[in-house]
Unconditional design. Structure first.
Length: 139
């Protein structure tokens, strides 16, 4: 008997592959996994950001500030068109981040993220990162 891949399983693999590409520094491959009308919901922002280019710019800013930044998936689950992920990000503060000059310090913080997948592409994300912990590590 062959095992069928369910939609939640395929969505989990999409998210895992995206973080694998992110960790490898291949932002172009990450962008290719985003829907053209992609929506970014960040806990810190009053309004969502829209589009692949907005995602790329934010990711490039993080890569400039933390060139060795990696995301380790701690938990991941999916139901219907949604994927929930608990991550630990870690890296070295080697560039300017939100006006803070490079400190050379190692950083580590947790992020809880939710994704909506449509037609095999990531259509929307909700990100709630522990930015308070991150900022304490930079001061």
């Amino acid at each position: 008997m062959t095992q069928r891949t369910t939609v939640p399983d395929a969505s989990i693999e999409l998210i895992r592959a995206s973080f694998g590409e992110f960790n490898g520094g291949n932002l172009g491959a990450c962008v290719a996994r985003l829907a053209p009308d992609f929506v970014i919901n960040l806990a810190e922002l009053l309004e969502p950001m829209h589009g692949r280019e907005a995602w790329r710019q934010a990711a490039e800013m993080m890569r400039r500030a933390y060139p060795d930044l990696e995301a380790d998936i701690r938990d991941i689950s999916a139901a219907a068109d949604r994927v929930a992920v608990r991550l630990t990000f870690h890296g070295t503060h080697a560039g300017v981040f939100l006006g803070i000059p490079a400190t050379g310090r190692s950083i580590r913080y947790v992020s809880h993220e939710f994704y909506r997948v449509v037609d095999g592409l990531i259509a929307e994300e909700w990100i709630c990162s522990d930015t308070a912990t991150l900022m304490r590590q930079l001061s």
